[in-house]
Each structure stands twice: as C-alpha cells, then as structure tokens.
Design a protein around this ligand. Structure first.
Ligand code: SAM
Length: 257
C-alpha cells in the first residue's frame, strides 16, 4: 500500500460513506444483487469473444468502490480473480462477509481501502475494471483522476464497464434550476433527511454525466460506447423512498483500452 494522500487523511469522504453504510446496514438498504448493467455488459463482451468457463479463471478484474460486494461476488462466481477497493472500511468489511458467506474468498486477490483517484496497483494490471455509482459522487479533480486510473490500470484490450448518472435522471431534472451547480452537470444536493445517508440527495455532490464527456475522461481507450438506460421506479417503491415520481437515468459505459 502507498501512503494515504492528504485528502484521505482528512477523511471527509471516508466518514460520509462509513456513516452511509452504517445506516444502510441498519435499514437493510445496501445492494445485495449484482448490477444488471454490469452483468449484461461483461457477459456480452466475453460471449462475443467466445469465452468458455475455463478462460474466465485467467482474468483479473477490479471493482472501484466495491461496496457490499454484490458485483465482485458475481464476477467470482464466473471464476474471475477479483480485486476491490473502497474508501469505506464499513463497506469493505461487509464485502468480506459477503464473499466469505458465498465461499468465494479463494478468488480474492486484493481487497483494500483506497481512493478511486489513487489506486495502489501497478500499470496494466487488470483485464477488466467495473464501477457502479462511485465516480458520480466525486468532485471534478478526483473524478478526472479516477477515470485516468482506469485507463492506467487496464491491460491493452482490457474492458471497462461504468454505470453512472445521466442528466435525464428525475433528480437532475427536478433540481437543476434551483440547486447550486459547481460545473455543468454537478449539483450540490440538499438532503431532506439530515440523519440518514441513504438517498442520492443525502450524499451531497452528484455529477450527472453528458455523453460527450467520456471521450476526454477515457482518453487512451480505443472503443468508448456509452448507452443510456432509463427506468421508472414503481409508484410504491418511489413513495417508500419519499418521492412522487422517480426515474433512474444511467449511462452504461462500455470501453476497451
Ligand atoms: C453507491 S455505493 C456502490 C457500491 C457498489 N459499486 C455497488 O454497485 O453495489 C458507492 C461506493 O463507493 C465507495 N466510494 C465512494 N467514494 C469513493 C472513493 N473516492 N474511492 C473509493 N470508493 C469510494 C463508497 O464507500 C461505496 O461503497
């Protein structure tokens, strides 16, 4: 491990996510299923390459911001060697428990606390990198670094699948005109709920990506193909979360170095 950078020593992002995980655990709200966009995109990529089960064992994948480990568990179930980094120790211990409970510990290579913008692994180390709902909450400078870490860490021909907010999201549409915007697409959201850190608003900063951003952020990748996915939460689920109407709008970014 490299030394902690200064901003991590001050620990505000780390504290925010530790608190969020403590609340998510209390409410049973953390992600326990792999993100469909990631499962589908990784599966399509390797199906096109006519991969067989045996070949997956040769692959090394990293999840940036692995949270409770649902995506890593799915990758490990395919036979892939997995690594995960997360800023939150709470998330990492949940992730370890998930992998242990599923008997997937043998597939772990690295599972450690680190920042998405400064990942302590050598260049061109991974065949694949995934991220879901992590880069969207980083301030501009760290977000740019996080994408450049992805390009640095991927082997030539390696795969990146990212899953992040788009500007068609109902939260962006509802709040863009009455919320502080530090740069186009970045809102400083106000929490309705000062105690629990569960909804998007509770995290504070959220960046809603535009398609044209990816070319610059993923400079060094030979294929960059973002596709937008929109889905409305059922009314009952929207109101359980405190909304009249809630439309997810996410980019599924497929890129190959
Ligand atoms: C919304 S959760 C998503 C978890 C997981 N990717 C999933 O799809 O289930 C965001 C995760 O990113 C982590 N995270 C937030 N900022 C980070 C940073 N700067 N570096 C590394 N991890 C970070 C949080 O601790 C949390 O586990």
């Amino acid at each position: 491990m490299v030394n902690k950078p200064d901003w991590l020593k001050t620990g505000s992002i780390e504290r925010l996510w530790n608190t969020s995980f403590a609340h998510q655990i209390k409410q049973g709200a953390y992600n326990t299923a792999p993100v469909e966009a990631i499962v589908r995109s990784v599966s399509h990529h390797y199906r096109a390459k006519e991969f067989i089960k045996h070949d997956f064992k040769k692959l090394k994948f990293l999840e940036v911001g692995c949270g409770a480990g649902a995506n890593l568990a799915w990758l490990a179930e395919q036979g892939i060697r997995i690594s995960g980094i997360d800023i939150s120790q709470e998330a990492l211990s949940l992730c370890k428990k998930t992998l242990k409970r599923k008997g997937l510990e043998k597939n772990i290579e690295i599972l450690t606390q680190a920042s998405a913008s400064d990942i302590p692994c050598p260049d061109e180390y991974f065949d694949g990198i995934i991220e879901s709902c992590v880069f969207q909450n980083l301030p501009s400078e760290l977000r740019i670094k996080a994408f450049s870490e992805v390009v640095r860490l991927l082997k030539p021909g390696g795969l990146f699948i990212g899953h992040m907010l788009s500007r068609k999201h109902s939260t962006f549409k509802n709040q863009v005109n009455n919320t502080a915007q530090t740069e186009p697409g970045t809102l400083i959201l106000n929490s309705k709920n000062t105690k629990e850190k569960i909804n998007l608003e509770d995290i504070g900063l959220a960046h809603f990506f535009a398609k044209k951003e990816y070319k610059k952020l993923l400079r060094g990748c030979s294929i960059i193909d973002p596709c937008e996915s929109l889905y409305r939460l059922p009314k009952v689920e929207a109101s359980r979360r405190g909304y009249d109407y809630y439309q997810h709008a996410m980019w599924i970014v497929y890129a190959v170095k």
